[in-house]
Design a protein around this ligand. Structure first.
Ligand code: HAM
Length: 430
């Protein structure tokens, strides 16, 4: 417990300490490796955008826009918002940077913090991190399939095998209005059992009723008509082709006819990656097609498809990624005050040469220092005492193998020579 008068982090905002961030980095590096093979380049986006960008793209009646955005007025009264997601920002950048002309079928990936004022719980935070990928300018089912193959291979590569890909089509501007009307009729017939929020959704955005978290609503909506039965010919053919390609590449998926996403920009393909063992927050990632979004933001009528994974949740379902903390290769132990300067000089030369080196303060017994070296999981202890300084040779003890063997390191050697000598000691001991 922290002392009572310290300042705590804001509710829903958390620190990511080295044990966790090391695993995040492994997940990010794996994403970079895999996504690069599929032709994606990284885009770094601002975390703040104009509020209207999200209001216009995510949908005025979504939970995010209605109640979860961190919005504020800038000093000149411009309405700004901490981004709740990145797809809208990617589309804005695509239009603003001229990519829409120079590289109309751009493939962009991103990572970084997103902000939603949701009720915090395990796996749900107010600042959370996503890794996402977007393909612009492609309306063919091959683009959806390629993206899903990439997602599948990435998840397998990081060991997130206990995840399931759920797929649906939410229709397009031709058939969605028909489905919306069917849902409205169903909702009206079951009005008495629906929560006040769903009463509102019924008129404004009936698809949202399928996403309601209230148990009694869920029970009713489990019997509601599904989108698949209202799809137009174009949407049906698109979905069929995506499925054929996924099956060809042996991407496992399950159709979920009730899958609707929490954002309004989706069209046709919609999907989620879900995992058991995460409790209520079981979506590790989600995405889909957003063919009307670029036009809605003032651009040409260009299609898009993408996904985002939540890093916190991904780290929970890919537990074996880089779980071990790497100890320093060598821990330098100055025994007294005279050894402090030479110890720092030695550490700097080794670190300049790319070795992970720890350095302890002077003033403790050799026995105490060796105990520390053990706790830090150091491979080698480099001891610098009076005798060593006189002989200009540090004593090196291998803490993992041949623990009784002493070797020496010439203190006046150049950096590269020192690094080679230590590496030989590790290599020779194996
Ligand atoms: P989303 O489903 O809202 O989609 O978020 C994607 C993932 O972000 C979720 O599956 C979850 O893992 C994580 N996530 C969302 N909210 C939280 C939270 N409060 N705490 C922790 N993790 C969270 C999007 O954001 C779309 N932009 C995805 C997309 C890209 N669609 C097309 N392209």
């Amino acid at each position: 417990m922290p002392p009572p008068d310290t300042i705590a982090a804001v509710k829903g905002f958390r620190d990511v300490l080295p044990d966790e961030s090391r695993r995040w980095r492994a997940l990010e590096e794996a994403a970079e490796r895999v996504f690069t093979c599929y032709g994606f380049g990284e885009i770094r986006l601002p975390v703040v955008e104009r509020t209207e960008l999200f209001a216009r793209s995510l949908g005025e009646t979504t939970d995010i826009v209605e109640k979860e955005m961190y919005s504020f007025a800038d000093r000149d009264e411009t309405g700004l918002t901490l981004r709740p997601e990145a797809t809208a920002g990617v589309v804005r950048a695509y239009l603003e940077s001229g990519l829409a002309q120079s590289d109309p079928s751009a493939r962009l990936y991103y990572r970084g913090p997103m902000f939603r004022r949701e009720r915090p719980q395990r796996g749900r935070y107010r600042q959370f991190y996503q890794i996402g990928a977007e393909v612009l300018g492609r309306d063919d089912p091959l683009a959806d399939a390629e993206l899903l193959v990439m997602l599948d291979r990435y998840l397998a590569g990081v060991g997130a095998r206990a995840t399931r890909l759920e797929l649906n089509s939410v229709g397009d501007r031709v058939c969605r209005p028909v489905y919306r009307e069917r849902l409205r009729e169903f909702g009206r017939a079951h009005l008495a059992g629906l929560c006040p929020d769903c009463h509102r959704r019924l008129e404004r955005n009936p698809l949202r009723m399928l996403d309601c978290k209230v148990e009694s609503c869920q029970e009713i909506m489990a019997r509601a008509p599904v989108a698949a039965d209202s799809l137009c010919e174009g949407c049906r053919a698109h979905l069929a082709q995506v499925r054929t390609l996924l099956e060809q590449e042996r991407v496992a998926y399950a159709m979920n006819p009730r899958l609707v996403r929490g954002l309004d920009y989706y069209c046709r393909t919609a999907f989620e990656v879900v995992a058991g063992g995460l409790g209520a927050q079981n979506a590790v990632g989600g995405g889909g097609r957003y063919d009307g979004l670029v036009a809605a933001l003032g651009g040409p009528d260009v299609a898009g498809v993408g996904f985002a994974l939540g890093l916190e949740r991904l780290a929970m379902v890919a537990p074996e990624v880089e779980a071990e903390a790497p100890g320093p290769t060598a821990l330098i132990l100055p025994l007294d005050a005279q050894a402090v300067g030479p110890a720092l000089a030695l550490a700097t030369r080794l670190r300049d040469g790319g070795l992970a080196v720890g350095l302890e303060p002077a003033g403790r017994s050799l026995k105490a220092l060796l105990r520390i070296a053990d706790r830090r999981h150091a491979r080698l202890a480099v001891i610098l005492g009076e005798e060593e300084l006189r002989a200009r040779r540090a004593t090196v003890r291998d803490l993992v193998q041949h623990q009784d063997r002493r070797q020496v390191l010439p203190l006046d050697a150049g950096g590269p020579e020192l690094v080679r000598a230590l590496q030989a000691m590790i290599g020779g001991g194996q």
